[in-house]
Design a protein around this ligand. Structure first.
Ligand code: BTN
Length: 332
């Protein structure tokens, strides 16, 4: 029965009328059954207009983030199979840490339509307006010696960038270690946090802030932030992007668990903005300047410093120094 409902949902188009006899023929159900399926779709958030003279049409694609909607058509076996969805929370990362401490399983995700205290890196805040983005945290329980947090942040950034390219046609790039950018502007930030559960087992929370349907940003953000809508001119439903992101995470995370980070390294290097660029990396109180030579198989960025040394950096914030770049050299 669910399949017939899905068929009807897929056959309906935004703005285009379909006759009920066409829908019945397509779905293989009776007219009475069609009525029941349409009311079930309406309950799921589909806005459907039924006009006796013209037919049936979708007014707007649903963008309801519920556990049922996320699970529907999700092609993963671990990542996102358990989803906790909220209308409004302080921070999905905070909630994920609490659930992880209580033993929530690997792959569980916490998603909210809005965050009132969204957290960014380095104690910054993350603006998370209602229904305009993907505010989501994922619990992973990796082997700490096999998957360093930096590599996992890159798995996360790579998964987002590929999902944005495939679902929204946005030319997303990775800025090491965990930003996703379009041109000079940030479209997604990732916050990785480590914690321990009651049994002393370490787990990692990966928080994703993906800007999707903002039409503009105010204040300081205007210069540095962008969204799918700003890049493409179109408002898109978040669900297909969430599903694709979860599917990419499953593929790349388990590939890394099996073969190490090197399995996705080629792809990561290809869409990394820093390769060959002159950068300044802040590490606590210290700043390292030099040229990025590579990202290695542990997710570290390799810099040839101005003093001629090679620095392998696990974490930090790298900023490019404009107008300068060199060819990358992996033959260290
Ligand atoms: C950054 O500073 O670039 C990281 C931003 C991470 C924001 C996301 S939104 C979902 C999750 N919950 C939070 O409080 N922060 C992360």
């Amino acid at each position: 029965m669910e399949d017939i409902e899905e068929k009807i949902a897929q056959f309906l188009k935004v703005g285009e009328y379909v006759r009920s006899d066409e829908l019945v023929a397509e779905a293989g159900c009776s007219l009475d059954e069609l009525e029941n399926f349409l009311s079930s779709l309406k309950k799921r958030g589909y806005e459907i207009e039924e006009n006796p003279a013209l037919g049936i049409r979708l007014l707007e694609e649903p963008d309801t983030l519920s556990e049922v909607e996320i699970a529907r058509r999700l092609k993963t076996s671990v990542i996102g199979r358990k989803a906790y969805c909220y209308s409004s929370v302080g921070s999905t990362n905070e909630l994920a840490i609490r659930l992880g401490q209580q033993g929530a399983e690997e792959g569980a995700v916490i998603i909210a339509n809005e965050q009132t205290k969204g957290k960014g890196r380095f104690g910054r805040s993350w603006v998370s307006p209602r229904r305009e983005g993907i505010w989501m945290s994922l619990i992973l329980r990796p082997e700490p010696h096999l998957e360093p947090a930096t590599a996992l942040s890159l798995v996360a950034a790579y998964s987002v960038a590929i999902a944005l390219r495939e679902v929204a046609g946005v030319r997303a790039m990775i800025k090491w270690p965990n930003d996703v950018r379009v041109g000079e502007k940030k479209i997604c930030g990732i916050l990785a946090e480590l914690s321990k559960d009651a049994r002393g087992n370490q787990f990692i929370v990966l928080g994703f802030g993906v800007n999707v349907n903002q039409s503009s940003f105010s204040g300081d953000l205007e210069q540095v932030a962008t969204s799918v809508k700003i890049e493409t001119g179109e408002k898109i439903p978040r669900l297909p992007l969430i599903r694709k992101l979860l599917e990419n995470l499953e593929e790349f995370y388990f590939q890394c668990k099996k073969d190490g980070f090197s399995g996705i390294l080629k792809g990561v290097r290809e869409i990394s903005t820093l390769m060959g660029k002159r950068v300044e990396v802040s590490l606590g109180g210290e700043t390292i300047s030099g040229y990025v030579q590579d990202i290695d198989d542990m997710g570290r960025v390799i810099i040839r410093t101005d003093e001629g040394n090679i620095s392998e950096i696990f974490a930090g914030e790298a900023n490019t120094v404009r107008g300068t770049s060199v060819a990358c050299d992996r033959g260290r």
